[in-house]
Design a protein around this ligand. Structure first.
Ligand code: ADP
Ligand code: ZN
Length: 210
């Protein structure tokens, strides 16, 4: 299965992607995590990307398309994959078509802007392995310790309230048109984001079945 998770920043697509990934035993590819890892490692791409992510802007299409092309050519993607955070613009979606990649389902997680702004301040991410947490809705099992690798999850720099507002503006302008794009292809399923993560997961799994 080849699945795309769409949704505003903080809608919970990363969390849902991780769950479905474990269940179907296919990798999740998160452009956000790949970019954060590159920033942490101080690579050339990371340094260039940081200029954009810090401001809440999208990294240029050619950079992210390059990242995805390379990643999807790896062996573990042969049986399927989940894309979390890609595509985010129409040209990015068209690049998948041009690569001859047939997407099965696009899950659009819908959460109102006001809820996102409230939620995002509690979000934490493990910069070592990319696992995401929320202090209230999805805490680590032990305090300040990533369940997967033991590092201390931190708040992302771009999760400050001002940057979140800018990311939402960019989402509505550049990413939201993808809803229509995939609706027209008959691939879109919209899931209303619930307060409890498990409730959203149940709806997501149902949406993947029909
Ligand atoms: P969220 O979905 O919570 O906004 P991500 O972790 O997916 O966060 O992405 C963080 C940042 O990385 C984005 O704000 C953007 O700057 C950059 N980024 C991630 N994916 C893409 C993409 N497909 N195109 C352009 N920029 C991207
Ligand atoms: Zn970790």
């Amino acid at each position: 299965m080849r699945i795309i998770f769409l949704g505003a920043p903080g809608a919970g697509k990363g969390t849902q992607a991780e769950t479905v990934s474990r269940k179907l035993n296919i990798p999740t590819i998160s452009t956000g995590n790949i970019i954060r890892a590159a920033i942490k490692d101080g690579t050339k791409m990371g340094l260039a990307a940081k200029e954009y992510t810090d401001k809440g802007l999208l990294v240029p299409d050619d950079v992210v398309i390059g990242i995805i092309k390379e990643r999807l050519s790896e062996d573990d993607c042969k049986e399927g994959f989940i894309l979390d955070g890609f595509p985010r613009t129409i040209p990015q979606a068209e690049s998948l078509d041009q690569m001859g990649i047939e997407i099965d389902k696009v899950i659009n997680i819908h959460v109102p802007d006001e809820t996102i702004i409230k939620r995002i301040s509690g979000r934490r991410v493990c910069l070592t392995c990319g696992t995401t947490y929320h202090i209230e809705y999805k805490p680590t099992r032990e305090p300040d310790k990533c369940d997967v690798c033991g590092s201390v999850p931190v708040q992302r720099k771009d999760d400050s309230i001002e940057t979140v507002k800018e990311r939402l503006r960019v989402y509505h302008e550049q990413t939201e048109p993808l809803i229509k794009y995939y609706e027209q292809k008959g691939k879109l399923r919209t899931v209303e984001g619930q307060e409890r993560v498990e409730d959203t997961t149940a709806l997501t799994l149902k949406a993947l079945e029909d």
